[in-house]
Write a protein that binds this ligand. Structure first.
Ligand code: SF4
Length: 332
């Protein structure tokens, strides 16, 4: 297989095949060939977005030990990081959302753990929506939903959701991969655009698994795809498997960009880093409140980045910042 042929194929808008993605993922992340893939991904992302990246910002409505028990998540009951639930009041949630809006976030995300009461989520969401500018893009990051509940989320003022079929779903997570896929269909049927990602990548994931997941994300025609590495939660069993380097993550971000149709404008990575931005990521997240990758109750005091820092990281690797409501979540 010749790398230049694959790049040409991608330039011609032809979808890359599974074995071609595996070939790209198999290159050493620090090889000149891999840097070429990153450069091409960067070129595509910049061309699609007029060199303007986006920063989205997430607030968490609650922090709770979660029976979903995904081994990589700080909220998983079995990880024993948090023993008690804490919830934001509507007023606190509105204040966070307004802070993000003021900072220029292109979309505001509202996250909950999987078992947060749906009625309360809708109630606080409506309150947030009422207190933001009409054009501010609101995105839900919640558990699996029926079509009826997805419709209610759309009616509450959300333009879209973040939802991912995670790597080794049902093995490293306590959730069902079929339910994850069904939820993605339900969200789309309800008129919500779905942003997704290849995550959480660890050193044990094979190139074949990554290629399959990249192709799945392309198949759902997302608002954006991308790749995110697993962050080790100290003291957990899964932390022993280790963490991939930012460079390996950047390589996966780049291969994901090449594999997505050009109708998909966004390419995300998390956590925000210049190597990701250099390899074609044009979406980073800022975070406040609880964070599934952090043992701090308020991630703004821990791993969470601010909108301003995310913007700076993009500037450092040659990106400008898009001002205004997210283009990734607009109707296509
Ligand atoms: S990822 Fe979601 S479902 Fe899984 S443990 Fe964390 S909050 Fe619960």
């Amino acid at each position: 297989m010749v790398l230049y042929d694959l790049i040409e194929k991608s330039r011609d808008g032809e979808p890359l095949l599974r074995e071609e993605l595996i070939f790209l993922l198999s290159m050493r992340p620090d090889s000149p060939e891999s840097y070429l893939v990153m450069a091409e991904a960067n070129r595509i992302s910049k061309q699609l977005t007029d060199n303007k990246a986006e920063v989205h910002a997430q607030l968490a409505l609650n922090l709770a030990p979660c029976p979903g028990n995904c081994t990589f998540c700080a909220f998983a009951q079995k990880n024993g990081i948090f023993s008690q639930e804490t919830r934001l009041t509507a007023r606190e949630a509105v204040a966070y959302a307004q802070q993000f809006e003021k900072a220029g976030a292109n979309a505001v995300f509202v996250m909950t753990t999987a078992h947060y009461p749906p009625g309360l989520f809708l109630e606080i969401s409506q309150e947030i929506c009422r207190n933001l500018d009409a054009e501010t893009v609101l995105i839900a990051n919640v558990g699996d939903q029926s079509l009826a509940d997805a419709n209610k989320i759309e009616e509450a003022g959300y333009a879209g959701v973040y939802h991912a079929l995670r790597l080794r779903e049902g093995i490293d997570s306590g959730l069902s991969s079929e339910k994850r896929k069904e939820s993605i269909r339900n969200f789309q049927e309800a008129g919500l655009k779905v942003g997704t990602c290849v995550e959480p990548v660890g050193p044990e994931h094979t190139n074949e698994e990554l290629a399959d997941m990249i192709l799945f994300t392309a198949f759902v025609n997302p608002a954006y795809s991308g790749a995110a590495r697993r962050i080790a939660i100290p003291g957990t069993e899964i932390a022993k498997r280790g963490t991939i380097s930012e460079l390996r993550m950047a390589q996966i971000v780049a291969v994901t960009r090449l594999a997505m149709p050009r109708t998909v404008l966004g390419n995300c990575t998390h956590e925000p880093c210049t190597l990701g931005g250099l390899a074609g990521a044009n979406l980073f997240w800022a975070e406040v409140g609880a964070n599934p990758r952090d043992t701090q109750e308020r991630t703004e005091e821990g791993r969470g980045e601010t909108v301003e820092t995310c913007r700076t990281l993009f500037h450092e690797c040659g990106w400008s910042i898009y001002e205004g409501p997210s283009r990734y979540y607009q109707e296509s």
